[in-house]
Each structure stands twice: as C-alpha cells, then as structure tokens.
Design a protein around this ligand. Structure first.
Ligand code: AMP
Ligand code: MN
Ligand code: MN
Length: 320
C-alpha cells in the first residue's frame, strides 16, 4: 500500500502511537507527520501521543505532539502507528472512534487488525520500517528521515536484535542518504542515560534474581523506589534488555509496580522462547522476542505464573 494514494481527498489527519510511547512510536508519528506536511501542505495533520521522553526533543516536530484532551474533532483520516491493539491508543481512541477512515500501520504479531485498513508486517523490525516502504523515497525529507531512522534504531537495539533484516539495513541506508545526524541521534536518544536512570538500572541489576536454572532472570522496581530515586516509568527503558544480556539467560523478566497489586511486565527472549505467546495468554502481546503485559497480583504470584508458561515452552523444546 502506498500512503500517497490513501491521502487523496483527505483534508485532516490524526496520527497516534501507543501509550507509554517508545522510540518507534515517536519516530513513526513524527516521520509520518513530516511526510504529510512536506508533500501535502493542504492537509492538516495533528499528532496525538502521551508525552514522550524529553530525549526525543532532538527530533524536529517533537514540540508539535499534543496530548489528547477534551477537544473532540472528527478527522477525515486516523492513522495508528506501532499500536498493537485499540486499548493501547489511550486517549487518542476518541479520535479513532469518530474518524472517517482508519488505518493501522504496525509490526506486532499480536495485532489482530482493529482499523478499517491494516498494514501489519510482523517480520518488519519496526513500524518505521513498514512506513518507509509505504512512502515515496523521493519525498522523504531529512526531518522525516531522522525520525524514521530513530524508530528503526530503537526497535532493533541499534541494528542488533534478530528482527534486523537486510531490508532493515537497506531502509536505514536510504534514510542515511538524506544526510541525517545518525550518531547524534543514537547518542542523544538511545545511549545517553540520566544519572537517576543509571541509578535505578544499577539497583535493578543488583537485586535481580536468576530463575529457571539460570535460563531466566527477573527484577522488579516498586512504586516507592520510583519515588525514592525520582524517576518515572519512561526512565526504566532498557533495564530488561540489560538483564537479557546476562550469560546463559534465555528469558528476562522485568516488572514495575503500577498500582496496588498491579505490575507492568516486560519480557525478552534470546533465541527460543516465544514471549508473545506468554504475554498474550495474560492479555498482553508484542513480538516473539519482546512482549509486554499488565498483570494483577503479588510479585511472587506473577513471576510464578509467568515462569510456569516459560518452563513449559523450554520443556517442549527440550523434548523436540
Ligand atoms: P515493553 O516490554 O513494554 O517494552 O514491550 C515490548 C513490546 O511489546 C513492544 O513492542 C510493545 O509495543 C509490546 N507490548 C507491550 N505491552 C503490550 C500489550 N499490553 N499489548 C500488546 N503489545 C504490548
Ligand atoms: Mn513500540
Ligand atoms: Mn515497534
């Protein structure tokens, strides 16, 4: 599908990503927003997204992201990017509900296709990679390219994770040729950590526990600790990836407390375990090697429930 075609006759567009937006969500929103503004100046395009981390302010257009509020507007077109399910649109769902046409561009294997038109490629590294394919490369400005590159880089762990394909690299190369500040973007949005972020990372690593005979690792951050270290959930980005790097570990589990007896769970696997299957069983979703879910219960009950499923997969694989 080519985006240019879908924009014919459209006067207003709302673009939205998922709640607690990550680099791919932010990059996809800003990249598409620039693409529309640069090439279809007659179209009014707005971005509705939960406030992303300040580090993304290096992307031009960041300041034009708004938080969905009371203002109800019926857009001609609503584009959901990187959002696996309707409920993860957050407040932007109000615009989805009354839009003339809805498109979802995504790469989550758990996405069942909740929009009118769904472009879901579970083999793509990132939504930004899917978006690039839908755009005319000639019409991608350096501002749009910078945002799209950011999304690809974040969802591939800077071209490291197994979702990185030759196509991913070709797209990244095409974007690089637009003369974008790649190193600066990676430094500012991916590698740089605040002192507090490093402190909470250090604490999570120090207190992590090995489970499943060393094939699993788990760590947790509680609300009072968030308060003590003066951090918010966006500051916990990257902890689960660091846990996964532990030698011998196949599955890393990271939890942070969101409410009384409620935790946001992040799951990552290295080679064999399908963590999307585990997260989906408990009502979440994501990808085969990276998934998330919100679960209720005590820390121990949640970890027990998760490990039962992971153990089951590991046993089955052993038998094969
Ligand atoms: P996270 O652990 O939150 O970084 O999420 C890992 C991946 O799974 C990301 O691609 C998320 O978009 C996705 N994900 C996280 N939580 C959910 C959920 N509840 N439903 C569907 N996908 C999710
Ligand atoms: Mn995402
Ligand atoms: Mn993504």
């Amino acid at each position: 599908m080519q985006f240019d075609k879908e924009l014919q006759g459209i006067r207003t567009v709302a673009i939205a990503g998922h709640i607690r937006p990550d680099g791919d969500s932010v990059g996809a929103c800003i990249g598409l927003w620039h693409y529309i503004r640069d090439n279809f100046p007659q179209i009014q395009a707005d971005m509705w997204l939960e406030k992303p981390d300040e580090k993304f302010s290096v992307l031009s257009g960041y300041e034009r992201i708004s938080q969905a509020g009371a203002k109800k507007e019926a857009y001609d077109l609503f584009v959901a990017v990187d959002c696996a399910s309707y409920d993860r649109l957050g407040d932007a769902a109000a615009y989805f509900d009354c839009a003339g046409k809805t498109i979802c561009v995504d790469h989550h294997i758990s996405n069942e296709g909740y929009a009118g038109i769904n472009v879901i490629d579970a083999d793509a590294s990132s939504t930004c990679e899917v978006l690039c394919r839908m755009m005319d490369p000639e019409k991608i400005s350096s501002e749009a390219a910078t945002a799209l590159y950011t999304g690809i880089a974040h969802d591939t762990g800077v071209f490291q994770y197994s979702c990185t394909s030759p196509d991913t690299m070709r797209m990244a190369a095409m974007l690089m040729e637009k003369g974008i500040p790649c190193s600066h973007i990676l430094e500012e949005t991916f590698y740089k950590k605040t002192y507090r972020q490093n402190q909470i990372l250090g604490k999570a690593l120090l207190e992590s526990m090995r489970i499943l005979d060393g094939r699993g690792i788990v760590s947790v951050v509680r609300r009072k600790e968030l308060a003590f270290f003066g951090v918010t959930p966006v500051d916990l980005d990257g902890i689960v990836s660091q846990l996964k790097m532990t030698e011998g570990v196949e599955v890393a589990i990271f939890l942070y407390e969101t409410d009384n007896l409620e935790y946001k769970v992040s799951l990552r696997s290295k080679d064999t375990v399908d963590v999307n299957e585990v997260a989906s069983y408990f009502g979440g979703g994501g990808h085969v090697r990276a998934a998330g879910v919100t679960m209720k219960g005590t820390f121990h009950d949640i970890v027990n429930n998760l490990t039962l499923h992971i153990e089951h997969q590991l046993m089955e694989q052993k038998e094969q």
